[in-house]
Design a protein around this ligand. Structure first.
Ligand code: UD1
Ligand code: F6R
Length: 733
């Protein structure tokens, strides 16, 4: 989860200071998405990077002696704010990333993950492109641009920027929102996306015809010679396969040099109404997309704002074009062209330029009213990101890079202690059983504060696992220091890269859920849960007796993102329950057993912290030891009745409730006939979720509770993102 911003001005005089301000302001707007490091590229190839927030970047810019009054009639700048997933937040890992440290020939900013970056890197190094500077996956994109560019130049071919991009994209696997600029394509920029949002804001004072842009396909260009007198004939990329190589070399027909740059003189020419001559002189390229020509047919002064998020564009313009996956936007000479590598049946031939009617706060939250709701809905994606590049679903292999070297030591441990607070503690509870089953190491779980209060004994051969979204929680950090002092091996399961906990532990796993802004933890819980399961899977990968179970769990994990999406469809039902059965209730019991005890505790925590309604998670087996006294026809009860080995016991606990006139709401598996039958002719309410492997069921069961806590709070008029008395990161004891 990073932020991309690009700014291009054509035939509008802007000082370097103004350009820098626009880029920096754009980043400030994106900071809420990721904020551990930032960077910009301006002029022909100047890179400025800094760790920390945009403020630190501003200071870094001020340190450099730049003439802020220099004027650029046309200029392309790109910028990035990062939430590290690949590579620690260090200067070398900040974007923009470049193809070569000496000349920065190709400079990119990238959101997303390139999953085949290791193969690409190996290939490029073999080819002599070995000046990798960073630990990022993104750097290989910039170097790949240079490799393909150089190869073609050696064959006497200068590709157009968009054609070069098509060849680069052919080699990338994974997801990307990507901007690229180059000293070889002066004042041109490429913007392309796959699975990561990217949009282009357009601003001009001239009356432009700006309703839509034609999409350009390779064949079209061939047919359009009459219109495109300046465009060379074009053939589809022809992979000249060399079977020993991962990458292929490509050849394209000779292409025209890029047009010369527009200098200060151009503005004078525009001012003097001499643009027709200038246009000729500078060999202006035309295509079938004339959307950005003014009424007199000449290019108009224009600005483009490229961003991963409309929040940074809205200040400048409300006219935006949202790129679609595989679109390649090519901007040069004030024109915007959208290319695609191939024509798909039924695909739209145009991209419309829409007028945004939203306010800023609305945009940051997307269609959601609160960050919490947004984060609940992000879970299909965030859980996938936790697993991305780490699980091979074909071979049932799990590779947690941050743990590999430590696994032999961990396997030798006599015991493992998981230590955390709040929701993070619940993720430990939810996964303890599967951890013990797979690793065959006894696991104890500890609330950090209690662990410290007891001064629990810790030994050198203990493995202590610290789970934290923020990586800054004071109790967890103190417990970590306590264990470090006693010589234990410490492992972190952390969302925030570069956080204190991530840095201080010996090793660990970043859960890669992206920034969590809502105070109530939602997507971090499901990602921690998955990270801990992956940890257990890694520990057991050498045990033959566990292979069947491991395979079952890994295949179960593959389906989880899609199944979470299905559970989110329950929202209207849940909202209705909150509007009626649960309205004005003062208290709520949640019953769960086995794997679902953690769901009960986590559900209860969500409800109390957000809706201020008393709620209590109870181990269903404990009901008869006291809690049953509370049950009557009025007390709302939610019970987890999904299928696992404890199902008969859960049914019996729920029967104890109904026998006391209780009306539980049952979270059960889709079409489960036990509950369907019980619901017939009774007022038993069911919320059906898909079935998965027993140890993963909690990932799906918690979603209805997250939604319920959200709607209970909204109905009470509570500001869900800022519940009273709570802060996102608890950095005090
Ligand atoms: C790491 C890189 C990732 C790169 C991948 C492949 C980072 C943040 N991640 O991901 O960019 O694509 O290698 O080479 O650089 N760690 C702790 N404590 C914690 C969490 C993590 O010490 O609480 C350590 C890990 O042991 C590891 C490093 O931080 O050394 C990165 O962890 P993680 O991001 O989980 O590793 P990979 O998934 O391998
Ligand atoms: C609940 C919640 C808290 C945190 C707890 C630990 O929704 O957010 O209970 O889980 O304060 O925080 P981290 O995980 O940042 O250590």
């Amino acid at each position: 989860m990073c932020g991309i911003f690009g700014y291009c001005n054509y035939w509008i005089e802007k000082t370097r200071g103004e350009i820098l301000n626009t880029l920096v302001e754009g980043l400030e707007r994106l900071e809420y998405r990721g904020y551990d490091s930032t960077g910009i590229a301006i002029d022909s190839s100047l890179l400025i990077k800094q760790i920390g927030k945009v403020d630190s970047l501003k200071k870094e810019i001020n340190k450099i002696n730049l003439d802020l009054n220099d004027i650029f009639v046309s200029h392309v700048g790109i910028a990035h704010t990062r939430w590290a997933t690949h590579g620690q937040p260090k200067k070398i890992n900040c974007h923009p990333q470049s193809s070569d440290p000496d000349n920065n020939e190709f400079i990119i900013v990238h959101n997303g993950i390139i999953t085949n970056f290791r193969d690409l890197k190996t290939f490029l190094i073999q080819k002599g492109y070995n000046k990798f500077q960073s630990e990022t996956d993104s750097e290989c994109i910039a170097i790949l641009f240079k490799y393909i560019y150089d190869n073609n130049i050696q064959n006497g071919i200068k590709l157009k920027f968009n054609d070069l991009t098509k060849l680069v994209l052919l080699e990338l696997e994974g997801s990307y929102g990507l901007l690229c600029r180059s000293i070889h394509y002066h004042n041109e920029i490429i913007a392309t996306r796959k699975g990561s949002p990217l949009l282009i804001g357009v601003k001009s004072n001239k009356n432009l015809k700006m309703d839509f842009i034609d999409v350009e396909f390779p064949d079209d260009l061939k047919d359009q010679d009459d219109i495109l007198s300046d465009v060379e004939s074009y053939i589809l990329p022809d992979k000249n396969q060399n079977h020993n190589e991962t990458l292929s070399s490509y050849s394209f027909p000779n292409n025209k040099e890029t047009p010369s740059t527009f200098t200060h003189n151009t503005q004078n020419l525009i001012n003097d109404n001499l643009l027709p001559i200038a246009a000729n002189e500078f060999n202006l390229r035309h295509s079938q997309s004339r959307a950005f020509l003014s009424e007199d047919g000449f290019p108009a002064p224009i600005e483009f704002f490229l961003s991963s998020d409309a929040s940074s564009v809205i200040k400048h313009t409300k006219k935006v074009l949202f790129l679609e996956d595989d679109d390649i936007a090519h901007i040069y000479d004030g024109e915007l062209h959208i290319h695609r590598s191939r024509r798909e049946v039924g695909a739209s031939m145009t991209r419309s330029i829409q007028t945004l009617e939203m306010e800023l706060a609305q945009i940051m939250k997307g269609p959601y009213k609160h960050f919490m709701q947004k984060e609940i809905y992000e879970q299909p994606e965030s859980t996938l990101n936790t697993m991305r590049g780490r699980i091979d679903f074909d071979s049932n292999n799990v590779l947690l890079g941050g743990l590999t070297a430590w696994l032999p030591a961990i396997r030798r441990a006599r015991r493992l202690i998981m230590i955390a607070c709040g929701t993070s503690y619940h993720s430990c509870l939810a996964t303890r059983a599967i951890f013990e089953e797979l690793s065959e190491i006894p696991v104890s779980i500890e609330l950090a504060s209690d662990f410290l209060d007891r001064k629990s004994p810790v030994f050198r051969d203990d493995i202590c696992v610290f789970v934290s979204q923020s990586g800054e929680t004071a109790d967890t950090m103190l417990a970590l220091n306590y264990c470090l002092e006693r010589g234990a091996l410490t492992v972190g399961i952390v969302n925030t890269v570069g956080s204190s906990l991530s840095r201080a532990t010996h090793c660990g796993v970043h859960i890669n859920a992206g920034p969590e802004i809502g105070v109530a933890s939602t997507k971090a819980y499901t990602s921690q849960y998955i990270a801990l399961v992956m940890f257990a899977l890694s520990l057991s990968d050498d045990r033959v007796s566990k292979q069947k179970r491991r395979g079952e769990i890994i295949q179960g994990l593959k389906l989880i993102p899609g199944q979470i999406k299905a559970v989110l469809n329950l929202e209207p039902r849940i909202k209705e329950l909150c509007d009626h059965q649960l309205k004005n209730q003062r208290s709520l019991l949640l019953l769960g057993r086995g794997y679902q005890f953690a769901s009960a505790l986590e559900g209860a925590l969500k409800i109390k912290e957000i809706s201020y309604m008393h709620s209590e998670g109870v181990l269903a087996g404990e009901l008869k030891h006291g809690v049953l006294a509370l049950v009557d026809e009025n007390l709302p009860i939610i019970a987890f009745g999904t299928r696992d080995s404890l199902f008969p016991k859960v049914v019996s606990s729920i029967e104890q409730v109904t026998a006391r006139k209780g009306h539980p709401i049952i979270i059960c598996n889709e079409g489960d006939e036990v509950w369907t039958k019980k619901a017939e002719g009774s007022d038993l309410i069911t919320l059906e979720v898909p079935q998965t492997v027993d140890c993963l069921q909690g990932l799906l069961n918690i979603i209805p509770l997250q939604l319920m806590s959200y709607w209970l709070a909204v109905n009470k008029g509570i500001d869900v993102d800022f519940p009273r008395n709570l802060a996102k990161s608890v950095t005090v004891e």
